[in-house]
Design a protein around this ligand. Sequence first.
Ligand code: GDP
Length: 526
Amino acid sequence: MSLTKEIQKRRTFAIIAHPDAGKTTLTEKLLLFGGAIQTAGAVKSNKIDTGTKSDWMAIEKQRGISVATSVMGFEYKGIKINLLDTPGHQDFAEDTYRTLTAVDSVIMVIDCVKGVEIQTEKLMEVCRMRNTPVICFINKLDREGRDPYELLEEVEQKLNIQCHPLSWPIGMGKTFKGVYNLFDHKLNLFTPSQRKLSDVRQVFENLDEPELDQLIGPNFANQLREDVELIEGVYPEFDKEAYLSGKVAPVFFGSAVNNFGINEMLDTFIKIAPAPKSRKTDEREVTPDESKFSGFVFKIHANMDPNHRNRIAFLRICSGKFERNKPYNHVHGPKPLRFSNVTQFMAQDKEIIDEAFPGDIVGLYDTGNLKIGDTLTEGENMVFTGIPSFSPEIFREVVNKDAMKTKQLEKGLKQLMEEGVAQLFTFDMGARKVVGTVGQLQFEVIQFRLKNEYNATVEFHPMNLYKACWITSSNKKALDEFVRSKNRHIAHDKDGKLVFMAESKAWLQMVQDNYPDIEFHFTSDL
Ligand code: GDP
């Protein structure tokens, strides 16, 4: 098959949702449709229950699950779908943000009872930064949820994206009758069932047909007629380009656990969702159909097996054909790398593969050469951009409790940071090491893994810090002067980039006002 055909046949996306909205359930149903799994219950939730006391097993279990579910590949109607898993827990938000850099579109799940929740808002912000196309699935219609018009309005307001319903619910909760597909004018009647895979759909070119009254009763039929008239008046014809540029989100209604409304969404998804797109590097834009391979690492999993210090780096292929055992240029490293152990992840299994194409995600077994954000190419020295580290929100000083294990600690910290568990900043003065994270849980993970995998003992001491800001300036003199005058607050990140450690919001504001020549950045993707 030609490269162009391989590209056209792929769709790489992620499901994003606030915990409990139904991401795991939807994932599982999609895999059932794709024939990748046979039974419900096969997909494990990657949720961590932190309601109870810190539970190391839960964290380890989560790591195990997230390797198994990092990428789930399946075929549906001739399309190769790569579904990337995103951890729902907010403490792992950074992992999710990075995963979003490796997809071409997302499906967002919203609970019709709860509406738009906080984590959804945050994830949408990341999607909007990249103009990622979004399809919205409003879930749990079998429950008494909120009015659909109200839900759409909330999505538009809170997520700052225009909605365009492509299906419309008839009733809700106990009276839920089904959905009407506004796109192809088909009526899909609801029968609660967790097993059934295909819905029988009835075509209504004209909703005035009396048969509609017989099927759902005159009250619901009239309500549907009114709703459809209203919606068709409010929403002009569906604009695929507006969806592809991230401005309009098509909306579907359904019930994941009942397998309802999902294949309608999936059928539309394969028609409208983008095939692998072009990506920016520091030098130029790379199109997927270029003959030469290129790709970037967006996730690393280390030490799954304590007996082997190996890691799996997840590579998104951006252009050309990736081949096993072929040496590639490691743009950030000293020497070319070749990979003999290349896996592709299917729902529950992984398989060794020889080649992969743009849009695919492969797992590379690596002994410590690759870092998050690294680019591999077939020669060119370009670097894919847009894989940022975000300014952490919680900071703690690393205190070594076992001087005999200093080397192990350094090594462990370095590797965990390369894996993207957290960010390490080293103050210029006194070389104090500070770990910054987006959630409390990461400190527990780091402490536990340093002990378990590197035999190093640390404590974390609270630090009075508000934000780490990467600083740059086109005026070198001004930058040098700033660094000198603020030297107690200057640190370097793991890549040696200059960082200003601000103690409070007010103070940061004042410093920004006083030093107009200095640019303060809140992500490392400068
Ligand atoms: P996640 O945290 O987003 O992965 O959510 P899950 O898929 O684990 O779902 C959370 C809970 O909602 C589970 O108990 C599901 O059974 C339930 N759930 C998912 N979809 C539906 C639905 O369509 N209707 C109802 N009533 N419950 C659902």
